[in-house]
Every structure is written in C-alpha cells, then in structure tokens.
Write a protein that binds this ligand. Structure first.
Ligand SMILES: [Zn+2]
Length: 216
C-alpha cells in the first residue's frame, strides 16, 4: 500500500502521455482524427516504462494466466499421448518427462512477470511469423522489461534509447505524421513525471543507470 502511494499511478502517466501526444499533434498540425490517434498512442506509450512492474499495461497486454496454463496442460497431454504411442526407449522417457514438465511447471512458476516474458516471446514470434520488424522490436522490449527490476533500465536514458529503436521501427511502418515524436515525448514524459522533483514522488529516476545510480 505504501509503495503504491509513493509512485504515480498508471492513470496519471496515461493522461500526461495523452497531453504529450496532443502537443505533438498541434505541432505537426494534424487533422482531428489524427490528433485523437496521437493522443491515444501517447497515453499507451507513456505506460511503457512501467512494463517493468505489475502495472496497468503489464496486466492488460499479458495473456491471461489460466489460458496459458490450459495451453501448457493440453500440450503436455498431447505430448504424453504421442510419446506413449509413437516413441520408444530414451525418446519415450524424454517425451514423458517433458510432458510432466509442461503439466507441472506452469502451475508452479507462472507469475505476472513470467507471463509478461512469455507474452514478449509470443510477440517476437508473431512478428517474425508475419515479418513485421516493429512487432519483433516491441516483443524484444517487452522481454527486456520483464527481466529487469523496477525503476532501473526502462526508467533510464539507456531504456529511452532502446525504446527509440522500437519507436523508429513503428514510425517507419506506419506513416502517421508526428508518430515518432509522439511516441518518444510520451515515453520521456513518464520519466519526467517520476522524478523526485515532484512532491508526489518519494523515489526518483536513475537517469544514468547503470553507470551512475543517483536518483533525480
Ligand atoms: Zn514509472
């Protein structure tokens, strides 16, 4: 509870992101529909740094836990049947052990973070399958965010730089004027809003993580 009070909520970040997207829209003189689109994109992009925590965005993009457990259970049972009827010797034993793993491990280890990791992997695979680089980059960023601790990498200049590659690839695919600056400004607005400078924040941002761990 205390931890929740110390950081800005997703809603606030999304609102600031929407304002950032709108500022860019005004700057590029976007039409009303494109303005709304940039505001929406800005609100999502401003939530991205908090993918490193069980935040709003992490929950909404993560595949539901029970469905993944069901997926692994069905895969495990199919593999067990396949091993029983089609495999022999060492291969059969390996097949059975793998199916037991598929049945048991997800129940033991699936937490929000694990789910986020699997979602990232699924997005990378989907991007590779439909040959969309921006989707691969997005998936890689989700994977990265699922592995690091909260308020470190994704809240640093290095995180912002890595996000730049994702944003650049998205803007190369979707030719919406102002898309790149909207994505970047919204992401950066999150870092600014998390700064210790603001009285709402007790913890700051380590802009130069991991080189210099000073909080700003
Ligand atoms: Zn944050």
């Amino acid at each position: 509870m205390k931890e929740r009070m110390m950081v800005l909520k997703g809603k606030t970040h999304a609102a600031i992101g929407a304002v950032s997207g709108t500022i860019v829209a005004v700057w590029v003189e976007a039409a009303p529909f494109e303005t709304a689109l940039l505001a929406l994109i800005g609100s999502v992009s401003a939530l991205v740094p908090d993918l490193d925590v069980n935040g709003k965005l992490a929950n909404s993009i993560t595949v539901e836990k029970k469905w993944l457990i069901l997926f692994f259970t069905v895969s495990g049972l199919l593999l067990a049947l396949y091993s029983y009827f089609m495999l022999f010797g060492v291969n059969q034993i390996t097949g059975f052990l793998t199916s037991i793993g598929l049945l048991l491990l997800p129940r033991l280890f699936i937490k929000q973070r694990t789910m986020l990791f699997l979602t990232g992997a699924a997005v990378v695979y989907a991007g590779w399958y439909i040959q969309q680089n921006w989707l691969i980059y997005t998936g890689l960023f989700i994977l990265f965010a699922s592995l690091v601790s909260h308020r470190t990498w994704t809240h640093s200049l290095i995180g912002f730089w890595l996000f730049y590659f994702v944003a650049a690839e998205i803007s190369r695919t979707y030719l919406l004027p102002g898309l790149l600056p909207a994505l970047l400004l919204s992401y950066f607005s999150h870092l600014l809003a998390d700064m210790k400078l603001l009285p709402a924040n007790k913890k700051g941002i380590k802009f130069f993580y991991p080189i210099w761990k000073k909080e700003f």
